[in-house]
Write a protein that binds this ligand. Structure first.
Ligand SMILES: *Cc1c(COP(=O)(O)O)cnc(C)c1O
Length: 376
């Protein structure tokens, strides 16, 4: 098995793997499990700086995004879709599927969203039921400043739905301070549990809008309202994947015990970017560099798949290309969660260095030396 250095799924800690092997009961009849599930939800809320309720859904990251849109969207709703990346744009599909009218606000895919430009737009048009935005748009490594954008949207009375699947716990998140109504996360990115779970934090205002909607939600699995009274009823809407929850809890406990986690992501990401640039490679973006993933441009002379193959075969490291508009253009290093450690990053930089040279690309310095030199 190659060492995962991809922007999700990520390496899984041993404590998480072991927790997943625990004996399992019947989640609907075992009241201890009901408490365990709720405490795990409460831990997520605490780690994300919110009093809001969190629900853990049994489906990988995408389910949370779809569930947020399915439950909030009422037929005919205008929804503002902030688009400077593939996941950003992808929200429009969920809005349409559930009968809304997505209004795309499309910006430069190499720049972080500019709050000043968005405000100019909002002055003219702010009649939206909610807005969707992506914290880290992983296919290009684009970070958006949700700490500024969400409060701005709320000034205009617009509810906010944020995909932070690939950012949370690698980038700081303060749900209450930043006025995020629905924040979506997943198990397989910086959380460093295997894929399989998503979770959503839900503000009181969002609950109110969802509960007062005039038409039923056109989904079951993607309907957040089916969880509205699970705790009082002592009954889950469907059988919860117990082992996944045990694993997630172990991963969250590790995050809670690691106060340096986001700081470590920042220093590793900064050293990675500087090393690549000092070596003579070009980063994909001009702004909005995320602490969880770095995307660099594949040199013109190189076949990206060949580079990925060499890095895997010769060094046992799995990096990722990208897809959509970025396919064949960028390679991505996922330094998130358990991947974000100095030994694995040094190996990754060494593997890239040797493999690029083997493909005839001259580098201005040793990538692994430059990486280490740029660490604090
Ligand atoms: C990984 C990811 C998701 C989850 O979906 P996948 O099925 O892994 O593609 C959602 N949003 C973002 C920004 C992600 O990086």
């Amino acid at each position: 098995m190659l060492k995962l250095m991809t922007p999700g799924p990520t390496q899984v800690l041993e404590s998480v793997r072991l927790a997943r092997s625990r004996v399992t009961g019947n989640p609907d009849l075992d009241l201890d499990f009901l408490e365990f599930y709720r405490e795990t939800c409460q831990l997520i809320s605490k780690l994300l700086g919110t009093q809001n309720e969190t629900l853990i859904l049994s489906g990988e990251g995408i389910l949370g995004l779809e569930a947020a849109c399915a439950t909030l969207t009422q037929p005919g709703d205008r929804v503002l879709v902030l688009d400077n990346g593939l996941f950003g744009k992808g929200f429009a599909d969920f809005v349409s599927i559930y009968g809304g009218e997505p209004v795309l606000y499309t910006a430069d895919y190499r720049e972080t969203l500019d709050p000043v430009a968005l405000e100019e737009f909002l002055k003219e048009d702010h009649d939206f039921a909610y807005a969707t935005l992506v914290h880290c748009d992983t296919p290009s490594g684009m970070k958006n400043h949700i700490d500024v954008l969400c409060p701005l949207l709320k000034q205009y009375g617009i509810l906010t739905v944020v995909d932070s699947v690939a950012a949370m716990f690698g980038e700081p998140v303060e749900v209450d301070a930043w006025q995020i109504d629905l924040l979506c996360g997943g198990s397989q990115k910086a959380v460093s549990a295997p894929p399989g779970l998503s979770f959503v934090t839900i503000s009181d205002q969002a609950w109110k809008v969802m509960k007062n909607r005039k038409t039923p939600v056109a989904a079951f699995y993607a309907n957040l309202l089916i969880f509205a009274t699970y705790y009082e009823d002592k009954w889950f809407p469907y059988t919860i994947p117990i082992s996944d929850i045990y694993g997630l809890r172990a991963a969250l406990d590790a995050i809670a015990a690691d106060p340096q986690m986001t700081a470590r992501h920042q220093t590793i990401a900064a050293a990675c970017r500087r090393a690549l640039q000092e070596g003579g490679l070009s980063l994909w973006q001009n702004s909005g560099f995320c602490a969880t993933v770095t995307a660099f441009q594949i040199p013109q002379e190189v076949d990206g798949n060949q580079l990925l193959d060499l890095v895997g075969k010769n060094f046992g490291v799995q990096l990722a290309g990208s897809f959509g508009d970025f396919a064949e253009k960028v390679i991505r290093i996922g330094h998130m969660g358990a991947n974000a450690n100095i030994p694995d990053m040094t190996l990754t930089m060494l593997a890239l260095d040797r493999s690029l040279r083997q493909l005839g690309i001259p580098l201005a310095c040793s990538l692994e030396d430059a990486f280490r030199r740029n660490l604090p």
